[in-house]
Design a protein around this ligand. Structure first.
Ligand SMILES: *Cc1c(COP(=O)(O)O)cnc(C)c1O
Length: 227
C-alpha cells in the first residue's frame, strides 16, 4: 500500500537532492526538471504527488498510461506526460495523442510512424532519441556510433525535430561515463534536452548536465515487480 505522507516526504527529499546536486554543479536548480516515474503506481499513489505540485510524470507503457491519466488529467490539466518506455510503431498514434514528450525514439520505422501521426493529428510531442550507450543487445536505443546518421535521417527524411537525448546506463557499470558520453553527443548536435539519471544515480547525472531526471522508486517506493 502506498502511504500518501510517505510519497510527499520522499518527493520533498528528492526535490532537495536535485537542488543540491544542481548547486554543487554550479547550475540553476530550475534548469533540472524532475520527472516522477509513476509506472505501476495506481492513481491513489499519484495524487499525493499532484497535491504537492508535481506536474511532470513518466510512464513506460502506453496502455497503462491510457488507463490512468485521462481521469487524473481532468483533476489536474497542466500535467505533462513523458513516455520513457519502448514504443512499438503500432502504438505511435496513441502515444502522440497522450504524451507531451517521447524519450524513446530509436529506429527508422518508429520515426516514420511518429511523423505520420504528428502530421495526422497536428500534435507535436517533444521527441528525444534514446541512445544505447552501453551497446546492450537487450536494450532499446541507437548505438552511439549511429546517432549522427539517425538524427540526420529523422530531420531530413521524416521532417522530425529532435530536441534531445536519453539513456539508461547498464546496471553494472558506473553511470558517469555513460552520462558523459550522452552529454558529449548532445553538445555536438546542440540538442538542449538531456534525459538521464534514475533513483540510484540522478545526482551524478545532474553533475554531468542532465536537464531531466527520471525518478520512480525514490518517490513512490519500491515497485512490486521489476518493471
Ligand atoms: C523505471 C524507469 C525509471 C525510474 O526508475 P527508478 O529506479 O525507480 O527511479 C527511469 N527511467 C526509465 C527508462 C525507467 O524504465
Amino acid at each position: 500500500m502506498i502511504d500518501p505522507q510517505t510519497v510527499m516526504a520522499n518527493l520533498a527529499e528528492v526535490r532537495e537532492a536535485v537542488a543540491r546536486a544542481a548547486e554543487d554543479g554550479e547550475r540553476d536548480p530550475l534548469s533540472v526538471a524532475l520527472i516522477a516515474v509513476s509506472k505501476t503506481i495506481p492513481p491513489e499513489g499519484i495524487r499525493p504527488a499532484l497535491a504537492a505540485g508535481q506536474r511532470l510524470f513518466g510512464e513506460n507503457y502506453v496502455q497503462e498510461a491510457k488507463a490512468k491519466w485521462p481521469a487524473l488529467r481532468e483533476e489536474c490539466p497542466d500535467v505533462a506526460l513523458h513516455l520513457i518506455g519502448p514504443l512499438q510503431s503500432n502504438k505511435a498514434r496513441e502515444a502522440v495523442e497522450l504524451f507531451d514528450v517521447i524519450h524513446t525514439l530509436d529506429r527508422t520505422s518508429l520515426a516514420a510512424a511518429l511523423a505520420r501521426e504528428i502530421a495526422r493529428s497536428g500534435r507535436h510531442p517533444t521527441l528525444l532519441v534514446q541512445v544505447n550507450t552501453g551497446e546492450e543487445p537487450q536494450k532499446g536505443g541507437v548505438a552511439p556510433g549511429a546517432v549522427d546518421a539517425f538524427l540526420a535521417e529523422c530531420r531530413d527524411t521524416h521532417g522530425l525535430t529532435v530536441s534531445g537525448l536519453m539513456c539508461i546506463p547498464p546496471a553494472e557499470d558506473p553511470p558517469s561515463a555513460h552520462f558523459g558520453l550522452l552529454a558529449a553527443i548532445a553538445r555536438r548536435h546542440a540538442l538542449p534536452i538531456l534525459s538521464m539519471g534514475m533513483s540510484a544515480d540522478y545526482p551524478a547525472a545532474i553533475q554531468m548536465g542532465a536537464t531531466h531526471v527520471r525518478v520512480g522508486s525514490a518517490i513512490f517506493g519500491a515497485r512490486p515487480s521489476k518493471a
